[in-house]
Design a protein around this ligand. Structure first.
Ligand SMILES: [Zn+2]
Length: 117
């Protein structure tokens, strides 16, 4: 399932990678970090990445997504923990601890195949 949100993010990423990679380099891996607040679906983003990079110098480059978990803080007992989903109950019985998450979308690393020519 393609979603417009992921598609535009994949397009932006591809442009950013192309701007940062040396001309003519073969990009092997692209590593990104996304915050929980972005609400991105990694599988959707990967599909969009494949279609955005198809036929470009980035074709075949692997997108590695480091998705940050939500930080949950309980106002009753003060416990803090991380969770892949924002709405969870605390061990103390509080059903509405407060989720918070980053909204980062960072290009962490680009791996390039070194080729002797
Ligand atoms: Zn609690």
């Amino acid at each position: 399932m393609l979603r417009v949100h992921e598609f535009s993010i994949a397009e932006g990423l591809a442009a950013q990678v192309l701007a940062n990679a040396p001309a003519g380099a073969h990009v092997r891996d692209v590593e990104i970090r996304i915050g929980a607040l972005r609400g991105l679906e990694p599988e959707a983003l990967l599909m969009c990445w494949d279609s955005v990079t198809f036929g470009t110098p980035l074709a075949g480059a692997t997108l590695q997504i480091d998705q940050r978990p939500w930080s949950i803080r309980c106002s009753q007992c003060g416990r803090e923990w991380t969770s892949p989903v924002p709405f969870v109950s605390c061990q103390c019985g509080n059903a509405t601890p407060v989720p918070s998450g980053g909204d980062e979308l960072d290009l962490v690393a680009i791996s390039i195949d070194e080729e002797e020519t």
